[in-house]
Design a protein around this ligand. Structure first.
Ligand code: 9UX
Length: 72
């Protein structure tokens, strides 16, 4: 079964940021779909929990240069 993760994302300053982060997340093994909104400063990710977990997704976001904020 798939799971959904919604995270606030800090540090996106232009439209290319959100496009780039979508591409990065979309290429992570186990990610079914990633939508990133620059305006909402949010990522919505559908993933297979058998293949990837939220800490790994957050690490990919940090590696891409952004700051996930799970509390938002
Ligand atoms: Mo825009 Mo973002 O020039 O990682 S791409 S700031």
């Amino acid at each position: 079964d798939l799971a959904d993760l919604s995270l606030g994302i800090n540090g996106m300053t232009c439209a290319a940021c959100s496009t780039r982060l979508e591409r990065v997340l979309g290429r992570v093994e186990g990610v079914e779909r990633a939508l990133v909104s620059l305006a909402a400063e949010r990522a919505d990710i559908r993933y297979d929990p058998a293949l990837v977990s939220p800490p790994t997704l957050e690490a990919a976001i940090v590696k891409a240069g952004f700051a996930p904020d799970p509390a938002r």
